[in-house]
Design a protein around this ligand. Structure first.
Ligand SMILES: [Zn+2]
Length: 493
């Protein structure tokens, strides 16, 4: 059994003291209490063990004692040692991969339907795609089994459409391994305006994952890879851990071993380091300034893990074509394609787009399906990005008007889910308009947001998440709090 010396210090952030994922025996780690809590997870079940959300301090102290006394870092804490359980994946080599099973509990937002049959199908598909060998990218077979643990529970401590990190905190507080919400907008540690998007999944390393209701099986597996400590790997388009591609399945031997291991183990630290490096880079490393042309259909008809990536925008030099993209957005029959185009045009910051978005957001009404709602949200986010180039200030004024739920009420905007269930959108859209205001560099906006907050405080706000949304928008503009340059996040889409 490998051993790791671990030092626990109450005031340290996680600091990885070696660069290679294959760490020497003498590596010393330091952890803050927060990081230990992260590793303790959210009641995740492995081999019958469950950490049942005790008081954080007690959990931390328990874990600290466990790590310090047992000294078996690679086997992790809170699970039985490898030798005691034949189903443990343990150490694998290229020629030897012992099957491993995760018992995964699933919970859904109370307003978001999700059948056990659907979860079973997703797990079955995820198992198959990990077991398969892919020909396009270097891939190894990974005999992991995701197995649903018990009935699907419900939670109601956040909105079904998640629009702030505080709401996402509340969802992560639920004890299930995987939580399902309707949508996530602009959350999961998006530090810059370019990164703000609709995300399909969000993982808390060493803890649990949150997924949107229609996330495909490879996104479930991808987020579980992050839970197991894996970073993104973008050198091939079908890599399961690709930062934005979907329809993926390829894993390398290191990733396979993480999926066949009961704990995140040493990869937990690799993840944190690489994630921080990625967020400090302006362009994803695989692009390297290379300019590529591709048919617009190939780029915009697809779905991405966290919205149409700003890196693709750079790579395909789409700024040159923003008028063409605008024409296409007004005529394309697919709301999915129009949503991607809206996002790209917002990133282009072409003032010519303002009028189109203003007309569209100002006139939309009635029932929406999920793709149409995605499109509307991308338009609101695009307006936020465009608000400072629009010298008429109409864009800012529309976002301020939309920050009042009454703006949407008389339009009867309702999300209609596949099973016919209806979700009222007034409060969510008002909050997304506040988020849009938080993305703009228009210098008048912070004072307008503070005024909005003062008004909200004087009336009895029906939406308890409205004022926190304003606070997050102000933090984003000021680059403070969780949006500070040196802020740490343990979450990744
Ligand atoms: Zn990811």
């Amino acid at each position: 059994m490998e051993t790791r010396r671990v030092r626990l210090d109450l005031n340290w952030r996680v600091e990885r003291l070696a660069d290679s994922p294959s760490l020497p025996e003498s590596t010393v780690y330091s952890y803050s209490m927060n990081d230990v809590q992260v590793f303790a997870g959210h009641g995740r079940r492995r081999h019958g063990f469950r950490c049942s959300r005790p008081i954080r301090f007690l959990r931390s102290m328990w874990l600290a004692t466990c790590c310090a006394v047992a000294g078996f870092w690679s086997a992790g804490c809170g699970v039985v040692p490898q030798a005691a359980n034949p189903n443990d994946g343990g150490v694998n080599s290229d020629n030897e991969a012992k099957p491993f099973t995760f018992q995964i509990s699933v919970a859904r937002h109370i307003d978001q339907p999700l059948s056990e049959q659907r979860v079973n199908r997703i797990f079955s598909t995820a198992n198959e795609l990990l077991l398969a060998d892919d020909n396009e990218c270097s891939d190894v077979s990974c005999p992991v089994t995701f197995d649903r643990d018990g009935a699907i529970e419900t939670f109601d401590n956040s909105p079904a459409i998640v629009t702030t990190e505080a709401q996402l905190d509340a969802v992560f507080d639920d004890s299930a391994d995987i939580k399902i919400v309707t949508l996530m907008v602009g959350v999961c540690g998006s530090p810059s305006a370019d990164d703000v998007s609709l995300v399909l999944g969000c993982a808390f390393t060493g803890g649990s994952a949150v997924l949107v209701q229609d996330a495909p099986a490879d996104v479930w597996a991808h987020e579980w890879g992050h839970v197991q400590g894996l970073p993104h790997r973008n050198n091939c388009g079908r890599n399961l851990m690709h930062a934005f591609e979907l329809e993926t399945n390829a894993v390398n031997a290191t990733e396979r071993d993480a999926f066949l291991s009961p704990t995140p183990g040493q990869n937990f630290l690799a993840f944190k380091t690489i994630f921080e490096e990625q967020h400090s880079a302006s362009v994803a490393p695989e692009f390297d300034g290379e300019m590529v042309s591709a048919p617009v259909e190939d780029i915009f008809n697809r779905r991405y893990l966290a919205g149409f990536p700003s890196t693709l925008f750079t790579r395909h030099n789409l700024q040159m074509q923003s008028r063409e993209l605008l024409d296409r957005m007004q005529t394309d029959p697919s709301p999915r394609c129009r949503a991607n185009l809206a996002r790209a045009i917002g990133l282009s910051r072409d003032v010519a787009a303002c009028e189109t978005f203003l007309t569209s957001c100002g006139s939309i009404a009635g029932d929406l399906n999920i793709d149409e709602l995605d499109e509307l949200i991308e338009q609101i986010i695009a307006l936020g990005r465009l608000a400072d180039v629009d010298t008429t200030n109409q864009t800012t004024e529309l976002l301020l008007a939309g920050a009042d739920p009454a703006f949407w009420t008389h339009r009867d905007l309702t999300l209609v889910l596949d099973d016919g269930r209806r979700i009222d959108l007034d409060d969510s859209l008002a909050r997304i308009c506040v988020m849009g205001l938080g993305l703009t560099k228009n210098p008048t906006v912070p004072e307008r947001l503070r005024e909005l907050k003062r008004i909200a405080l004087t009336r009895n706000e029906s939406d308890p998440w409205f004022i926190p949304q304003i606070d997050e928008a102000l933090e984003r503009i000021a680059g403070t709090g969780k949006y500070a340059a040196d802020a740490k996040t343990d979450r990744i889409p």
